[in-house]
Design a protein around this ligand. Structure first.
Ligand SMILES: [Ca+2]
Ligand SMILES: [Ca+2]
Ligand SMILES: [Ca+2]
Length: 222
């Protein structure tokens, strides 16, 4: 009963603008396209029930929303979520990335993953009423970082000091994951990224905006 009431409450409250922030986009994995693509998203608001929510892109084979989940899934306040291709498993993901992510922070989509184009695309989350609650358009041209000549694959990684709704859509605030960038590391296949890592606490964001220079990051468990 308490669980039901809690689920009901988060459904009623719903997300507000800025509650959901994309923090990492693995759009160009070396292991296979689009099977090993994923995105990392941060919940800056209250607990949210993702029942009926959508993730999609808007270009190159995308467009029709891909259903994230069709049953209750409570996404905790101030935590990340990895959204992955529907063929991935949590176990395979953890093996590939040497992580210990749990099922409370990982969802493999139930339906077709929209391929994230390597030359630019959108990532969006829509709530159960198809309201857009988060959207970022990435490209490989300025102000977004260039992927460079390397065939080694990587994610785009948001500077944790800019994890605000106003700043996370600015490509200048994103970096190519690499050694020393936002605590990134290399996966077994050689991809660079930081799934589940480098999200500032909400209180820290305000401090950072004030230029304190303090960065609180969630450390990965290796
Ligand atoms: Ca891709
Ligand atoms: Ca696409
Ligand atoms: Ca990350």
């Amino acid at each position: 009963m308490r669980k039901f009431v809690a689920a009901l409450l988060v459904m009623v409250v719903g997300p507000a603008f800025g509650d959901i922030i994309f923090t990492e986009i693995m759009y160009d994995p070396s292991l296979g396209e689009p099977g090993w693509e994923w995105v990392e998203v941060w919940n800056n608001g209250p607990d949210i029930n993702l029942n009926g929510w959508f993730f999609d892109d808007l270009a190159g084979g995308g467009g029709s929303p891909a259903l994230i989940i069709s049953s209750d899934f409570i996404w905790s306040s101030n935590s990340y979520l990895i959204l992955a291709h529907n063929t991935q498993t949590l176990s395979d993901f953890n093996t590939e990335w040497n992580t210990s992510l749990d099922s409370a922070h990982f969802i493999a989509l139930e339906e077709t993953w929209p391929p994230l184009n390597n030359d630019g695309d959108w990532v969006r989350m829509l709530d159960a009423n198809s309201n857009e609650v988060a959207a970022v358009e990435y490209t490989e041209s300025s102000p977004w970082p260039s992927g460079g000549a390397s065939e080694a694959s990587y994610s785009f990684n948001l500077d944790p000091r800019t994890a605000t709704p106003e700043q996370n859509t600015n490509g200048a605030n994103w970096s190519v994951s690499a050694s020393g960038v936002n605590d990134s590391w290399q996966s077994a296949a050689g991809d660079w990224g930081s799934p589940g890592v480098v999200i500032p606490e909400p209180g820290t964001i305000a401090l950072l905006v004030l230029g304190s220079g303090l960065v609180a990051i969630a450390r990965r468990r290796r």
